[in-house]
Structure formats: C-alpha cells, structure tokens
Write a new protein. Structure first.
Lengths: 247, 668
C-alpha cells in the first residue's frame, strides 16, 4: 500500500506545531498502525531527520499508553486501541491525518505525545478503596452478587487511554471518572467512601480543565474497551445523592 | 574474592568466565520450612513509626512488584520515591497478564495446600529454585487474594457471590483466581490505586517518564540512582537509604517478545555493572501459543492464553509440499498431530517448553505453515474444527470468543473457519538479579523484587505464578525484610557532590553524549533486531555448545559495531525516544553475551534451558543434578567503559533440597 500521511509535528510544549506531509510506500496490510509509523521513523532516521515521537508500550491493547487522532477519530476507524488497528482497515492511496489527543487537560509534550497526568490526579482524589496492606478480611467474607460483580468488571476494563476525552466535543473526562465510580460503587467494599469519592473526583476533574458532559455519547463510541455510557448516569446519580446526604 | 581461573571439564568455559567464591543465602532462619517466614518476621528489626518518615526508599518500576511495595511502604510511613518510564504507573507491563493468579486457598476443597503449591512450583521450576523462598511464596499467596478483594479487584464470581477458581497450567487443583482474560490489568489497577492513594497522602513521590540510568553505591551501600527526566532530558540525582529494583524482565533482548516496547534491562544491568550479581540469566520462558510473525516489520508478539490448548488440536502437514495449501483442503490422513503422536498421555497439554520445542522442530523440518519470514515458515496449526463439531460453535465462542476476536483482529483471518496459526515467543525471564531470603542483592541496601529478581521460579515458571510473585514480594515480603535494613538507618547523609554521586552522574552524561556523537549509519532498531535474531537462533528454545560460542562472537562484533556505527538523532535536552532506545539496546548487547555464557556453562537441560547435548533417549530434557544443582550468580568483571565486558566471575549457590525429593520429570 502507498499512503499519504499528514502528521502533527511540534518540537515541544511551547513550540508552534504544524501538519507535515509524508509519503510512505510498500506498507503491508498486515502491519499494525504503529508498525507503519515505525517504518516511517526508520526512514526518517536514515534521512537524518528526527523521527516522529508517539507513545506506545504493550502494543496489545491493554496498557492504554498509545492513542492517536486518526483522520478525526480517536484510535481510528475500528473500535480498538491504536496499537491494535491494522493497515488493512485503510485503502491504498488514502491520505491519513494523524494528530495528538486535543484537550486543555492533556497538554502536548512533543509531536503526538501528550500529558495525561490529570487522570492520575483524579484517581488520587478518590479512585481507590482505603485498605492498608495486611488489614484485609478473608476474601470469601465479602460476598458480591454476580450482577454487581459483572457490572463492576465492565467498568473496571477502562485502560485510561484518554480517547473519551479526545472524542468529546467538550473534552470531558466523565466517562473515565464514571467508570471508576461505577467499578468501586458496585462493590460492597466501595460503599464506605462512596459519597466522599465521587465529590472529590468531580472537583478534581473540573479543576483540571476537563469540560462537562452534554450526553452526546462520542466518548463511549470511541472507547476501545466499550465502557458503556450509563456509567455517567451512575456518576451523576452518586453525585446528587452525595450532595444531598442520601447515601 | 576470585579464585584462580578454572576450566570446566570440557575446557570450553575457561575462555569465557572465571570461577569465584561460592555464595549463599544467610537470612533464612534454621528450623522446619513451615516456620521460617514467621521466624524471620520476628527476627527482623522493627522501625519505630515516628522514625519511618526519616527513612527513604527509592523504588524503580511500578508493575505489581513495584506499585505494591510503594503503596505498602508508604502506608507504613516511610518516604518513598517511585519511578517509571511510562506516563503513569498504571501502564506497567504486569497489566498484560491474562490468565490468573495462583493462591493456596483451597476454596474448592480439592486437596490444595501451601505445601502442594510449594511442591508444584519447585517441580515446575525443574528443581532449580531455592526451597525457602518458594515455600514463603506459597505461604503468603492466600493473603494476596484477601488484599486484592478488599481493594475492589473484580475477580470472577459464582452466583452465590463467592469467588470462582479454575485449574491452570496443567496442575490438578483449581487454585487460580482470575478476572476474565484481564487478571493482570485488574491486579495492577488495584496496586496502582493503592499507590495513588499514598501519593495523595504525601508518603510517595511519583516520578513518571523517568528512567534510572545508574546506581549510586557509596561505602559499599546502594544509596540512590541517577535518572533521566525523559521529557526535559534533565539528569537528576535521587538519594535514599535503600533502593528497590522492581523493573521487570529482560525478554526484549530477543527484540521480538510478548513484553512491552519499553520493557528493558537497564536498571538491572546498571546495578550489575556496579557489583550486583546476575543469577541464571539463561533461564527464559518461551510460550507456545503466540500469534506468529507476519513479516520483517513486526514490532512485538502477542500471546494468546494457553487455555486454547484445552480444546484446540495442534498439527502440521505430513508433507512439505502441503504447507502452502489451504489447511481445510488437507485430508485427515495427511496431517501430523505431532504432540498427540509423540506424547499420547498428555497430547496437546504437554508443558510449555515441550510444546514450544516441538513446534520449532516441525518448522525446522520444513513443515511450518503461514507466510515465509526469511527462509522459513514459522507457524503450526491450532485447529478448533473438532471442538466446534463436538461442542457447537456457541460453546466454543463462549469459552474462547475474546481470544478468537483478538486473533482475527491481528491476522485478518477467521479462526472459526480456518485453523489458527501459532508459534512460540519469548514471554518471561526466570533469571534476574541474585537476592537472598530478604530479597536483598549482594550490595547492601539494594533490594530486587518481582520478575527482576531470580528467586522463585527456578528454570521454568508455572502459569499464574508471575502475578503471585510480584504481589507477594511487594505487599508482604519486602516490607517485612527491608525494615531490618532500614532499622540501622538513617545512613550517613550523602552530598550531591560526593565522589560516588559525581562519578555516577558523569557516567550517564558521558554515555548520553557518546551515543549522540557517533552519528553512524545504522538505526538503533536495526541493531536490536540483529541481536534478537542471534539470541533467538542460538540462545532460544534449543542451545548447543557450538551455537552459543558462535553467538558470543556475533554479539561481540555487533556490540563493537554499535558503538562505532549507531545513529541517534536529536538532542539530550528534550523528549528523544531514539536516545532512550539506544541506551536500552546498548545494555541488551551486554546482557545477551552473559546469557550465552551462562547457557554455555550449564551443560545440562533444565526447565526452559534445553541443551541439545543433554537429552534422554526420548529427546527429553536431561538434568545433571550431580554437577549443576546450583544457582549461577555472575559478577561483572569488565571495566567501566562501554562494551568491554571482560570475563564474568561465576559464584555458585548450592541448592539444598530438604523438604522435597529431586525427581526427573516425564510427560510420556
């Protein structure tokens, strides 16, 4: 396959960025999207030009480190992570625009690499259950009904990649936050801190520069793990109950 | 401490290494094995809670072993500095583990016990692990499950609300806890959340996008690290009373592995160059059920759970000329179900190393399937047609649907209709820095946990045991042993301009400048790929004396070329991913040689290490307990310059089996 790539290049956080056009030839449809970028980078290196910086680590769709805006879609045209997207999803001769996640809360570090530490700060605010090592009761002492365990699991599948934020017209982090609030809120272990958790997380989210949710649903559509939109309903319900003291 | 040079009986070793004084663990208390850990916890000094915040610990790596240790030591009140090269601690590669985590809970009342988990782990490791450490691992395994459930880890459950277990990796009891195919992810997120809670509490300082590039050793003690801020390029000095390496395994020495792109040996290797012994580096695990390589562009390999072997049948064509055919057109009588043929009792469920080696033999024989990569077809069929006929497609879908989807996404083929293709890939490294019962390396103040150490898996690791070890070390073992060391602290204050610090910083700065200054013709990746080919060919599933000697020569000349001809563009004061890779590959180029020397010196087959010269008449691995019942702990003997390794010194730790009787394994 031969492709035209328009890639966002930006030397540093403060530098001005621009889309730069590259041609790549002889791309195998069996390559992953990131392997296609590896090929481009090998060529740039050979030409004495600095390679394109982008994040990736596990390259099997679970660590959440990779994430590119590909022709306007977070993680590209398939419902998966960028690393699991393969070139057979594109047409020979196609022009592909590659940009970083765009959100005030995710400042650009270089080229396609962004700073997602705001997600960590949201977790720090309350995305945990306070239990010190060694103080846990026997695992079977806590019974969890299967429907709750299953819903907790679905929410817990979030990989923290940030596609939801990138896809949202408001750059909201509500799907990410809703996933954690739902995961922990469905479990008996998560009840004691439930009211505190949701309020602290929402306050941190809002302070980090993420926008609000207007129920458009792009986040869930873009999510490579299919986190359902109803975690945001749970988030909102929990917040309302917490504020009115009804937990 | 080095004796005069000795040659091994075949005379080969003399050219490559020297024999040094034996090494031994001195921390495991005497007495029956079941009481040792309790005794050790009692004997280990305590630190008064008020003194803990005056004591600092650096932890490198935030996978299961690092994040759990960081959270636990932070909760205890120590001042922790935690480092990871990724953008957040939640990315560490523990996250990719699929299958599950073992624990001797015996919830199924099927005869499991601490002793049985201990026994299975020692046997699975082919009697090359240290009994005391493994017993403790089995002992604390039950606490891990309690801890994780309390944190909200969503393990699979039954309708009554109780936890579900399954049998995994060929053992006969159901002791594996799991969270669909994402157990590693869920456990890591649990540990990550506990770590983030401590970051919020101020007990843990987190340094993301930081890479450790040097260990600071002052007065014989590990006192800190030199790290590079990967965003700004700044070289930073971090000092502490103790340093913990939880930086994972070194499978990426093979270039292609199931490891993450960034997984590397640099933290371990820098410590090794500063005197820490590297134990059993040749013990690598090659997993049989991975998606085969599709071309030269391949950047990593993806593992599929070996549970697939429960229902899939593995075969290759009997005739070479059939290898290009559509497999569905090859009639039954022309197929060779080779595992069922060779191992009628275990069939497709033989252990990982046997399944892997047989697949290699079939492909070496010219009967591999799939695309040509280089001169070979590297793949065998894993066929579900019989299972679909027997159980129906919905049942197969329910059991393996997510794996089939993953396979289809990567290969573009539909495994419900055409047989899957699989091939072995490097998955886990049992070797690592040598540690004693306290998880302390031979450098006081340097502790090593999880995959980064060598201690628990011997020559081969059982399925669902890596997650167990990482969390056992981090939550329960290290916090109880490191206090014995910290209790003697705080250690004398170290100045940022003391000679030890200045030397370590200068090393890092010179090395960085040198990598950028070479400006040769070849990319870092091209060296890494070539190293990977050498390692895979000569130090992979089957090793021979001549092959390993050839590999050592090839690696030495490749390393020399690297330092003459690598091209690293850009500058040191910015995010520079080529520079990061270059430093890691430079260290792999040294590690690869040590692995080959270790494999060369161990003239026996055991676990994941198969020496072609040492096999039974049936072609099975043949151990030589009379000569090799020891841990090989290697001391770096080169200079401080780049690429000049010298002849490493071998320190043997004899393995003593008191609780378990040595047996030769057989799967026929």
């Amino acid at each position: 396959m031969n492709l035209t790539l328009k890639i966002w290049r930006q030397d540093g956080p403060k530098a001005r960025g621009e889309l730069v056009t590259y041609q790549v030839a002889d791309i195998s449809p069996d390559m992953s999207f990131l392997e296609m970028l590896d090929v481009l980078n090998e060529r740039l290196n050979a030409e004495g030009k600095e390679p394109v910086a982008f994040d990736s680590d596990c390259r099997e769709g679970i660590c959440g480190m990779c994430g590119l805006m590909i022709s306007g879609e977070a993680h590209g045209p398939e419902k998966t992570t960028t690393c699991q997207l393969h070139m057979r999803s594109f047409k020979d001769g196609e022009t592909i625009t590659i940009e970083p996640w765009r959100a005030d809360a995710f400042p650009i570090i270089r080229d396609l690499v962004v700073d997602r530490s705001a997600f960590d700060r949201i977790i720090q605010a309350g995305g945990f259950i306070s239990v010190n090592t060694g103080s846990a009761p026997d695992a079977e002492a806590i019974l969890v009904p299967k429907p709750n365990a299953d819903r907790a699991f679905v929410a817990a599948e979030c990989i923290g990649c940030g596609a939801c934020v990138a896809a949202c017209p408001n750059a909201s982090g509500m799907l990410f936050m809703g996933a954690k609030v739902t995961h922990l809120g469905e479990l008996p272990q998560g009840q004691p801190e439930r009211a505190m958790r949701v309020q602290a997380m929402v306050a941190t989210h809002d302070g980090a520069g993420f926008g609000g949710c207007t129920n458009i649903g792009e986040c869930s559509h873009a999510c490579p793990k299919g986190i359902p939109l109803d975690v945001i309903s749970t988030l909102n319900a929990d917040l309302r109950k917490a504020k009115s003291g009804r937990f | 401490m080095t004796d005069t040079m000795l040659s091994t009986p075949d005379g080969v070793g003399a050219d490559y290494y020297r024999i040094g004084a034996p090494v031994a663990d001195t921390q495991a208390p005497a007495g029956p094995i079941a009481g040792k850990w309790t005794q050790r916890k009692f004997d280990a000094s305590l630190v008064n809670p008020a003194n803990r915040r005056k004591l600092s610990v650096i932890i490198v790596g935030t996978g299961l072993a690092g994040a759990s240790a960081g959270a636990t030591l932070g909760e205890a009140g120590y001042h922790v500095k935690s480092f990871c090269f990724q953008d957040t601690p939640r990315r560490a590669h523990s996250i990719a583990a699929q299958g599950g985590i073992n624990a001797a809970k015996n919830y199924k009342e099927d005869g499991d016990s601490i002793y049985r988990l201990f026994y299975d782990t020692v046997k699975g490791g082919d009697y090359r692990s240290r009994e005391t450490n493994v017993y403790r691992l089995a002992e604390v395994s039950a606490n891990i499950i309690d801890q994780c459930v309390a944190q909200g880890v969503p393990f699979a459950r039954e309708y009554g609300g109780l936890l579900d277990n399954r049998s995994f990796g060929g053992v006969q009891v159901s002791r594996t806890f799991y969270a669909r195919g994402q157990t590693g992810q869920q456990l890591l997120i649990g540990a990550y959340q506990a770590l983030e809670r401590q970051i919020a509490a101020g007990t843990v300082e987190m340094f993301t996008r930081h890479e450790m590039l040097e260990l600071i050793v002052e007065d014989g003690r590990a006192r800190g690290i030199i790290a590079r801020d990967l965003v700004t390029g700044e070289i930073e000095t971090h000092l502490a009373d103790a340093v913990v390496l939880a930086s994972g395994g070194y499978g990426n020495v093979f270039f292609l592995s199931t490891n993450a792109m960034g997984s590397n040996v640099t933290a371990n290797w820098r410590a090794h160059r500063k005197g820490a012994y590297f134990a059993n580096p040749c013990y690598t695990q090659i997993h049989p059920t991975c998606i085969p390589v599709s071309g030269d562009h391949q950047s990593k390999l993806t593992l599929m759970s070996e549970s697939l072997r429960n229902d899939g049948r593995i075969w290759v064509p009997k005739r070479k000329e059939d290898c290009e055919k559509d497999p569905r057109q090859i009639p039954e009588e022309d197929r060779d179900y080779y595992l069922e043929r060779i191992y009628p009792a275990f069939g497709n469920l033989v252990p990982r190393d046997i399944a892997s080696r047989q697949a290699k033999y079939m492909c070496d024989d010219g009967r591999g399937v799939g695309p040509m990569v280089g001169d070979f077809r590297r793949g065998v069929y894993l066929d579900f047609a019989d299972a679909i006929a027997r159980l129906g497609r919905p049942a197969v879908e329910a059991k393996y649907g997510n794996l089939f989807d993953m396979y289809a996404r990567i290969t573009g083929e539909n495994p419900y209709e055409t047989p899957m293709r699989i091939y072995p890939a490097v998955h886990y490294t049992m070797g690592g820095l040598w540690v004693d019962y306290d998880l302390s390396s031979n450098i006081p103040g340097l502790f090593v946990t999880g995959e980064a150490n060598f201690s628990d898996h011997g020559a081969n690791r059982l399925g669902a045991s890596a997650l167990m070890q990482g969390l056992a070390d981090g939550y329960f073992v290290l916090p109880n042993t490191i206090r014995n060391y910290l209790a003697k602290g705080p250690y004398p204050k170290l100045d940022a301009d003391s000679p030890a610090v200045a030397e370590a910083r200068a090393n890092v700065e010179e090395r960085t400048q040198r990598l950028l200054a070479i400006n040769g013709q070849r990319s870092v990746d091209s060296f890494h790929k070539e190293l990977g080919h050498i390692m895979w060919e000569y130090c992979g599933m089957e090793r021979t004396e001549t092959g390993l000697m050839k590999a050592i020569d090839l690696i030495r000349s490749l390393r020399a070329e690297f330092w003459r001809n690598v091209r690293v563009l850009g500058s040191a004061d910015t995010l520079n991913q080529s520079l990061e890779k270059a430093g890691r590959v430079a260290d792999f180029l040294e590690l690869g040689e040590l692995m080959c020397i270790d494999a060369l010196h161990r003239r026996e087959s055991c676990g994941g290490h198969f020496r072609a010269e040492s096999q039974t008449e049936d072609g099975e691995a043949l151990r030589h307990d009379d000569q090799f019942l020891y841990v090989a702990a290697w001391e770096y003997a080169g200079g401080s310059g780049e690429g000049e390794m010298g002849n490493p010194v071998l320190h043997k730790e004899d393995l003593v089996y008191e609780a378990i009787e040595l047996k030769q394994r057989s799967y026929k």
